[in-house]
Design a protein around this ligand. Structure first.
Ligand code: NAD
Ligand code: UFG
Length: 354
């Protein structure tokens, strides 16, 4: 019988794109999600895209009994662990929620995995663990820094927990994927980022302005020591990220211990460069104004992704233009996010393929 990959947080933004990549590669997946920041509709759309039924369990990674039940009922041989809370701003206001969800949740998951002798894990980490980088581009071996918010600290704590786990038992094989700035959406326009409430990240904020839901974009800080005074980041297409997960999972078949890989393009763009590119590509003008620096932002960071290329054969294939086109298509097709009309979407998607 074919083994199953458990995808925690698989109804969310990156998890749903990765589930699609795994299914497309012929793998069996089981999604576990408590839907605190997502909805069933993303999974329905996955089913539409793949033409197969996606096994889904609504539940929480902190529910030990549920995890034991899942590991005993399904023939799981690996876990992709996306479930967690991810808002930097919220983590400052509600640190206990973040430590409970992210750290305790991961601890529970690892316990349940160990009890069921499932030792392969791919973990969603973040470039936030580097803190303010001493050297750019950032290489994995440079070591972690001091994250400046509770969210970042949960990611670093989890990385340390996973490192200790691998030291304690050689049967574990764990991939820690440090994402830079994921943007974009699947080219069908059917799945994408669907933030609950007011978005914080640059691209969702920018597209809110582009569709007229917000009057202008706030640019946080124009006085950074960067190319034009605004912050520089390494934006990476979510479909490329999904492919990185597939390759990391394949790599775990051949190696034990913990392995850290940066997933970024290696190219940095400033906030102003993103705004200008968006305007050039879509023809939509983005009114913006400068505001003071946002607390906790670093001036610039981008990845050295060469380790992922050497060891996984992975590199990002989609450029900024593709990222913007796919983000914009998702936004136009889904003005209400996943509450938008599926029939209309289906016809749009089909038209693109025919
Ligand atoms: P997302 O919020 O869209 O997806 C996370 C999913 O986990 C959601 O569907 C949510 O409902 C679920 N979830 C949260 N807590 C849960 C729990 N206790 N039990 C079960 N399900 C739970 O976020 P995303 O952007 O897809 O991020 C996925 C992972 O990648 C997260 O761990 C995030 O911290 C990490 N990450 C994201 C970014 C980014 O910019 N998107 C950058 C770096 C790292
Ligand atoms: N920005 C604006 N205006 C906005 C939103 C963002 O100017 O309305 C700026 C920010 O100040 C920053 C840049 O756009 O300079 C990117 O900001 P994001 O919030 O999109 O992304 P961050 O780099 O702050 O953080 C993201 C994820 C984190 C993750 C980190 C890893 O949100 O979870 O990338 O590099 F940890």
């Amino acid at each position: 019988m074919q083994k199953t990959t458990l995808i925690t947080g698989g109804a969310g933004y990156i998890g749903s794109h990765t589930a699609l990549a795994l299914i497309d590669a012929g793998q069996q997946v089981l999604v576990l999600d408590n839907l605190c920041n997502s909805c069933r509709e993303s999974l329905k759309r996955l089913e539409f895209l793949t033409r197969i039924r996606v096994d889904f369990i609504e539940g929480d990674i902190r529910d030990t009994k549920l995890l034991d039940d899942i590991f005993s009922r399904y023939d799981i041989d690996a876990v992709m662990h996306f479930a967690g809370l991810k808002s930097v701003e919220e983590s400052v206001r509600q640190p206990l929620e973040y430590y409970a969800n992210n750290v305790v949740g991961t601890l529970n998951l690892c316990h349940a995995m160990a009890r069921s002798e499932v030792f392969k894990l791919v973990f969603s980490s973040s470039a936030t663990v580097y803190g303010a980088p001493r050297k750019i581009p950032i290489i994995e071996d440079l070591g972690t820094g001091k994250p400046v918010n509770p969210y970042g600290r949960t990611k670093l704590m989890i990385e340390e927990l996973l490192t200790d786990l691998c030291l304690s038992d050689p049967r574990w094989s764990i991939a820690v994927l440090r994402y830079f700035n994921p943007i974009g959406a699947h080219e069908s326009g059917l799945i994408g980022e669907n933030p609950n409430g007011r978005p914080n990240n640059l691209l969702p904020c920018l597209t809110q302005v582009a569709i007229g839901r917000a009057p202008e974009l706030t640019v946080f800080g124009g006085d950074y020591p960067t190319v034009d005074g605004t912050c520089v980041r390494d934006y990476v297409h979510v479909v490329d990220l999904a492919d990185g997960h597939l390759k990391a999972l394949q790599a775990l078949q051949r190696r034990n211990g913990i392995h850290v890989w940066n997933l970024g393009t290696g190219i940095g763009y400033s906030v102003l460069q993103i705004i200008r590119s968006f305007e050039d590509i879509t023809g939509v003008t983005i009114p913006f104004r400068f505001a003071p620096r946002r607390a906790g932002d670093i001036a610039q960071c981008w990845a050295d992704p060469s380790k992922a290329w050497r060891e996984l054969g992975w590199h990002a294939q989609r450029d900024l233009m593709q990222m913007i086109i796919d983000t914009w298509r998702w936004q136009l097709c889904n003005p209400q996010g996943y509450r938008s009309q599926p029939e209309l979407l289906a016809s749009i998607a089909l038209k693109q393929w025919v």
